[in-house]
Design a protein around this ligand. Structure first.
Ligand code: 8YV
Length: 328
């Protein structure tokens, strides 16, 4: 007898090559027009799916999971961060959760490095000036930014992406500092020429640029709080390509408005996709629509990870990228 294929519900449009393969392997419900699932659609999905493939735009909270059918055994997230999934409830219900680590590390690090360059060197502002047709020509005092060569970069969260940013930033002549829950292995620290700061507060007070690379968990919500942001030097820049919730966005906005910080590069926000319109009035802020991992190659790689996780699970083995039941 041939084993029944699992029913896989995918909440967003994935690369064609991934959807084709998925249809060959499993019974699938795909989201062809790529609209974000409503709560009702999400509930309907968890009621019928054996495997759910959500993304960051799906809030899989206790309410949604509470309505899941017994058949839902695997949530194979398309993405690395799983802060949109209530892991405690998933664990209680014995649901396996997987993610897509590693394959978006380099792309996200590139985006962070892009912002580390773009904000101090005023790239977006310069581009806006050209497009406005108001550029009056070169002058020795025009569009002066800040040099990043020789400056101190403080990395908050030195996991895979933080380390990839450190490697890039060294190439640009920055000195590397980091704060992390755990200190890196001495060999990695040495390779990155990175200085460890046990105290986040002390590190913040001494850096020229801060780049955030920790996951959003209950412990890191507003880790960069109003109090901590005030520790930053007035000439400092801050870049966030991790999660909006790690940074107190309103406190940051107030400081930028008062000129208490040199600038910010934000790829993520607390209430995506809505953004406080006051950010749009600030020239020293570069705003991006959560595109850190948005490369064609990366999306295919992420899809392949999802396929492997589902296939391994369907074949009765432990999927390689388990978040649950491994952690929590
Ligand atoms: C993804 C991300 O594009 O993987 C993550 O954690 O933040 C993004 O880069 C998105 O989350 C996909 O669900």
């Amino acid at each position: 007898m041939v084993a029944k294929k699992p029913l896989v519900v995918v909440t967003r449009k994935l690369p064609d090559v991934i959807e084709t393969r998925m249809m060959e392997l499993f019974d699938c419900r795909l989201n062809h027009d790529d609209h974000p699932f409503t709560k009702d659609e999400l509930v309907a999905a968890v009621r019928e799916a054996d495997v759910l493939v959500p993304t960051i735009t799906d809030r899989i909270d206790a309410g949604v999971l509470g309505q899941a059918g017994e058949q839902l055994r695997l949530i194979a997230n398309f993405g690395t961060g799983v802060d949109h999934i209530d892991l405690n409830t998933a664990q209680q219900r014995g649901i396996t959760v997987t993610n897509t680590p590693d394959v978006l590390t380099e792309d996200t690090a590139d985006m962070a490095m892009g912002l580390i360059l773009a904000v101090p060197r005023r790239l977006a502002e310069g581009e806006r000036l050209i497009r406005s047709g108001k550029w009056a020509g070169w002058s020795p005092t025009h569009m002066l930014g800040h040099r990043i060569y020789g400056k101190r970069l403080g990395i908050v969260g030195m996991g895979r992406i933080g380390q990839a940013v450190a490697r890039r930033a060294r190439g640009f002549g920055m000195t590397i500092h980091y704060h992390n829950r755990r200190r890196l292995h001495p060999e990695i620290e040495q390779e990155l020429e990175a200085t460890y700061w046990e105290s986040l507060d002390q590190m913040l007070a001494r850096m020229d640029v801060i780049s955030i690379h920790c996951p959003h968990t209950p412990a890191t919500y507003h880790l960069l709080s109003a109090r901590r942001l005030k520790l930053l030097r007035e000439q400092a820049y801050i870049v966030n390509t991790a999660r909006g919730e790690v940074l107190d966005e309103n406190a940051l906005l107030r400081m930028l408005q008062r000129g208490e910080l040199a600038g910010a590069g934000l790829d993520v926000f607390e209430q995506e996709p809505s953004i406080n319109p006051k950010f749009l009035t600030l020239d020293n802020v570069v705003l991006l629509p959560h595109m850190g991992s948005a490369t064609i190659e990366g999306r295919v790689d992420m899809g392949e990870k999802v396929l492997i996780n589902i296939k391994t699970y369907a074949d009765g083995h432990k999927p390689p990228d388990r978040v649950l039941p491994n952690l929590v």
